[in-house]
Design a protein around this ligand. Structure first.
Ligand code: ADP
Ligand code: MG
Length: 348
């Protein structure tokens, strides 16, 4: 709760108090949601959860904050926003190889518009149900539109997909396709919001967190068949930079430009523009992972098994530093590990 602060704007609405809002849109009847995992869910000062189920499992915890005008356009479809706010957190759990368990939702909005809330709740609950995870608490206040979610998962630390385990000689893999969401953002920023291709808008609004793929990769990681992973939220080049930074020193990456899996919606663009969006765009929420060359067969066999998602080998790690992009004719150029900038970048 928290409407007593002098700077806070008026209560959400006189007609719908905070508790009523939570009851109507976020607390769910037992019949409407997956079997409860929490010993105590929404309604008390804290939720209470059972310890992880597996003997070797531990909690993995992550949080993501989405701010209107920074992470999404303020006129976003509220159902898509509900979906995406949870999806980006599930993507972090996927990138760790963790199984989602529960989440809490912190929501600030200028007014409590019932239609908006109903659509937002539909989006978030649908994705939660798909992954059998439960909303166990949160906070709701008036303020600039902001959605913060903290998600909890379970993972065996011995098989967790960490960023710091990449090695010289590893293959570089990425799931799905790249650049579609970035095209939608680029078109909006160029003042062509009216003509954003539908497929690009879908990539931006409805990312599919690769939870099942993450779990399968963790199984391989347990046997050293996958080494490191990260999810692609701010652009492939930038995420690859993070991975190198966290792993052993003296590690460089070579990317083959012709192997990068362009989203089909990029087809009409010049190759140079496709590359820019795939490498530096962001909002893909695919998994970028590294694995020894000897594991190629096992990894290729994962292709198509989870939501039909592809896995593509697009480069390798070698002794060196930084990122090198290699064209089919063998020409090379250094690649800045640049992606979406939250501070100093253009705003939505
Ligand atoms: P407190 O003031 O003790 O933090 P609140 O009055 O804010 O509690 O919230 C009442 C209950 O509703 C708590 O269990 C809280 O976790 C839950 N809650 C608040 N906002 C949300 C939300 N947006 N989604 C889910 N649960 C929420
Ligand atoms: Mg509270």
């Amino acid at each position: 709760m928290g409407f007593s602060c002098a700077q806070a704007s008026a209560p959400l609405t006189a007609a719908m108090a905070e508790f009523e809002l939570i009851r109507r849109f976020f607390a769910r009847s037992a019949s409407a949601c997956p079997p409860p995992q929490a010993l105590l869910g929404i309604g008390d000062d804290c939720a209470i959860l059972a310890a992880p189920k597996g003997p070797n499992e531990r909690f993995a915890i992550t949080t993501d904050l989405l701010v209107a005008g920074v992470h999404f356009f303020a006129d976003v479809d509220p159902q898509a926003l509900g979906h995406k706010a949870l999806a980006v957190n599930l993507s972090d759990l996927a990138a760790m190889g963790a199984r989602p368990v529960a989440y809490v939702l912190a929501l600030a909005m200028p007014h409590a518009n019932e239609d908006w809330l109903a659509a937002f709740a539909r989006g978030i609950h649908a994705l939660a149900d798909r992954h059998q995870i439960e909303l166990v608490g949160g906070d709701t206040t008036s303020g600039p539109l902001t959605v913060g979610i903290t998600a909890l998962g379970e993972v065996d630390p011995a098989s967790a997909l960490r960023r710091d385990r990449a090695r010289v000689g590893d293959d570089l893999w990425v799931s799905g396709t790249l650049g579609g969401a970035a095209l939608a953002v680029a078109e909006r920023r160029a003042g062509r919001g009216h003509s954003v291709p539908l497929a690009a808008q879908r990539c931006l609004d409805w990312p599919n967190p690769r939870v099942d793929l993450g779990l399968a990769l963790a199984q391989l990681a347990a046997h050293g068949r996958v080494h490191a992973a990260i999810d692609v939220s701010d652009g492939l080049a930038s995420e690859l930079g993070h991975l190198l930074q966290r792993s052993e020193p003296g590690l460089g990456a070579r990317l083959w430009s012709s192997r990068l899996p362009a989203d089909p919606v990029l087809q009409a663009l010049a190759p140079i523009d496709q590359l820019e969006l795939m490498l530096h765009g962001g909002d893909d929420y695919e998994l970028l992972f590294t694995a020894p060359a000897s594991a190629r067969g096992e990894i290729e066999s994962l292709a198509g098994r989870f939501d039909g998602v592809a896995v593509t080998r697009f480069g390798m790690l070698e002794a060196g530093s930084g990122l090198v992009l290699e064209a089919p004719d063998g020409t090379q150029r250094a690649l800045p590990a640049r992606g979406f900038e939250h501070f100093g970048g253009a705003e939505c």
